[in-house]
Design a protein around this ligand. Structure first.
Ligand SMILES: [Fe+2]
Length: 255
């Protein structure tokens, strides 16, 4: 599995407090079966000094993980706050991965700006491809499959947290996965106890409910493709859950 959203760097955001906690998280993820992780510290403004600190801590993390003999590939990204002059992100040197993708956090949490589509369109013109972080946290968005489909068609990708598959929202997010409206998954780990680096249980739920192919796709294949900077097929797959047409399409596709 590839974890596409986690906070592993100590003392830069609300993630781990020190190196012990940071390494405990990575160890926890490795034991859970996570082979690679996109490290996504919060990025609230395009501040070059903060970016330097983040990069230094990331290289130190890579060194410490290697020294400890933990088998996990780490890639540096960021969880970028909405509305900070995002068009300049490409030159900023922190935040993007695979040359054009970046994890975008809509703020404040739970609120979706009416300007979202306009901002995404402008980013698209700049050659940037945002991945909307933990869409399950935005009630007005996660239930609006029409708007999600439209966002995907304008070039956005969608991420959910692994935990969402284990809670009340499981039904909702499984429906979105089935419709092709979830592209990648992350643990959104912050510390080993309250927000751990775990995804295996969620992988098991997706595999059981939607089949092994789908689990591989959103936990491994699409993440790997994005990290390599490849274009991915974002076309939503099936119509509404429960429609006969949708079910037939799913059968034919083996999902
Ligand atoms: Fe996060």
């Amino acid at each position: 599995m590839i974890d596409m959203h986690c906070h592993l760097l100590p003392g830069v955001d609300d993630g781990p407090r020190d190196w012990d906690e940071s390494l405990a998280l990575v160890r926890q993820g490795a034991e859970d079966g996570i082979k690679a992780a996109l490290v996504t510290p919060h990025l609230g403004e395009l501040n070059p000094e903060y970016a330097e600190v983040v990069k230094e801590k990331f290289s130190e993390l890579v060194g410490r993980v290697r020294e400890e003999g933990i088998d996990m590939r780490l890639i540096l990204g960021a969880e970028v706050a909405f509305d900070l002059g995002l068009e300049r992100l490409k030159e900023f040197g922190l935040g993007t991965f695979g040359g054009r993708y970046f994890l975008l956090e809509l703020l404040p949490l739970g609120f979706v700006s009416p300007r979202l589509e306009e901002v995404l369109f402008n980013l698209h013109l700049e050659g940037l491809r945002p991945v909307l972080a933990h869409i399950e946290r935005y009630p007005g968005l996660v239930d609006d499959t029409k708007r999600l489909e439209k966002l995907v068609r304008t070039g956005a990708l969608l991420q959910v947290n692994a935990e969402a598959f284990l809670r009340k929202q499981a039904r909702t997010v499984l429906k979105l996965v089935r419709m092709g409206l979830v592209h990648i998954v992350g643990s959104d780990a912050h510390d080993p106890l309250s927000r751990p680096m775990r995804m295996a249980e969620a992988y098991g739920v997706v595999k059981e409910k939607l089949g092994a192919r789908m689990a591989e796709r959103i936990f491994e294949e699409t993440p790997e493709a994005l990290l390599s900077g490849e274009e991915v097929d974002l076309e939503p797959m099936a119509k509404e859950e429960g429609s006969i047409f949708g079910r037939i399409v799913q059968r034919l596709r083996g999902t």
